[in-house]
Write a protein that binds this ligand. Structure first.
Ligand code: GLU
Length: 431
């Protein structure tokens, strides 16, 4: 007999069995923190599972006249603290499990920064790098139409993530608005500034990663000027993080993309790297720089390592070889739990993803507020607010880490899960 509603419900067990590494890490972390916070078992169970999973098969007319079907997801994890919020990614390896984990991370991220949003994530599994602009637009519009009743300015607000950008968000907003019959600017964030986007949103995640790295350096008695930095990933987050930290006086000695990396002991000219990537499709083979692998990038001798590529990069296999003193995580889930144990032993100071890369969703929140209130703020105002909020959150997490004698990742989880649990307790259960 199936015991309905029990934590041992067979349906839940099947959900747990198929879990990917990143989902398992997220659940493990939650369980560990639940013990510190002495949370009720039912509440923890409820936080382990997303509230709603939407899965769609998206047909797209390709340029060659054929029709192809791609599987898309939107996972809504928790909305106790506000509407669901989180990006949409296009990637060949997007899986439901990954999207579930990333939705959960969004809940914690918004809570660490004390932003009144819950957590969600979306994704479509597709070979996006092979798509033309037209194919990408048709995929985006059809996917949006298929999830249109589940998103909305006060319901669930998507934003850019891997291989989606401001243009993608403009298509989402336009499609949603056409279907609903009014211009719903606040349905997405990370839009182009021309149609309701916020200045400073594109660079916000990279900026936040740098603010956290600087706070971590200060806390560890290190100086920024002349320090050396390695950046994994040269997409929106990695590029801006590298550019900003170099502009402040650090020497970026290594960068990489999905194909591999480059190294120069004298520091790289980042504008030349960006141009080279635009021309050739990769940062590799830049004149005057040594070509290295992604593995070599991670283990480069440097003061600060910024992993800004993707999940599961720093693992039990390579963590022992990391030589940086500080890590500030621009990607979501770049470090596995077994790597964390090793980094702790090596006394590497890690600013975790749910704090370090929260600059993006923070400016998303500012964009949403501007849309809802029909206001527009200047880039300088936004940057000041963002910097203050990131420094405030860094110090909140640092305090929790001292109080409970845990590392920054566990402390960020304690803060976030505690805030979400407090909201859930006050809301109670309906009916
Ligand atoms: N995709 C980004 C993230 O993972 C931004 C989410 C948002 O702005 O809603 O944090």
């Amino acid at each position: 007999m199936i015991r309905l509603g029990s934590a041992r419900d067979t349906r839940y067990e099947s959900l747990m069995v198929e879990n990917s590494e990143i989902y398992q890490s997220a659940v493990e972390q939650l369980e560990r923190v639940a013990k510190i916070l002495k949370l009720d078992g039912g509440l923890v169970e409820s936080l382990k599972h997303p509230r709603k999973i939407i899965q769609v098969a998206v047909p797209v007319k390709m340029d060659d006249g054929s029709t192809k079907v791609f599987v898309g997801y939107r996972v809504q994890h928790n909305f106790a603290r506000g509407p669901y919020k989180g990006g949409i990614r296009y990637h060949p390896e997007v899986s439901l499990d990954d999207v579930k984990a990333l939705a959960m991370l969004m809940t914690w991220k918004c809570a660490v920064l004390n932003i009144p949003f819950g957590g969600a994530k979306g994704g479509v599994a597709c070979p996006i790098k092979e798509f033309s602009e037209g194919e990408k637009e048709r995929l985006t519009r059809r996917f949006t139409a298929m999830i249109a009743d589940d998103i909305g300015p006060d319901k669930d607000i998507p934003a850019p993530d891997m291989y989606t950008d401001a243009q993608t968000m403009a298509w989402v907003m336009d499609t949603y608005s056409m279907l609903k019959g009014y211009m719903a600017q606040a349905v997405v964030t990370g839009k182009p500034v021309e149609c309701g986007g916020s200045p400073g949103r594109t660079a916000a995640t990279g900026f936040g990663v740098v603010v956290c790295a600087l706070e971590a350096m200060k806390h560890n008695g290190m100086k920024l000027t002349g320090s050396t930095v390695a950046v994994q990933g040269f997409g929106n987050v990695g590029y801006h993080a590298a550019r900003i930290i170099a502009g402040l006086g650090a020497k970026v000695v290594a960068v990489s993309d999905s194909k591999g990396g480059i190294y120069s002991a004298d520091g790289l000219d980042l504008e030349a790297v960006a141009k080279h990537k635009e021309d050739t499709g990769t940062v590799q083979n830049l004149r005057g720089a040594k070509t290295i692998s992604n593995e070599e990038l991670l283990t480069t001798r440097c003061d600060v390592l910024l992993p800004c590529a993707m999940e599961n990069q720093i693992t039990g296999k390579n963590a022992a070889n990391i030589k940086a003193a500080i890590m500030s995580e621009g990607a979501n889930g770049p470090t596995t739990p077994d790597a964390d144990v090793i980094l702790d032993k090596k006394k590497i100071f890690v600013v975790p993803d749910i704090l370090a890369n929260a600059g993006g969703v923070t400016v998303s929140y500012y964009e949403w507020v501007q849309n809802q209130q029909r206001e527009s703020w200047t880039e300088a105002e936004i940057r000041k607010k963002l910097e203050e909020r990131m420094i405030g959150a860094f110090n909140d997490v640092l305090e929790v880490s001292k109080k409970h004698n845990v590392n920054m990742r566990s402390a960020a989880y304690v803060l976030a899960v505690g805030r979400v649990a407090a909201a859930m307790k006050k809301l109670g259960l309906f009916p």
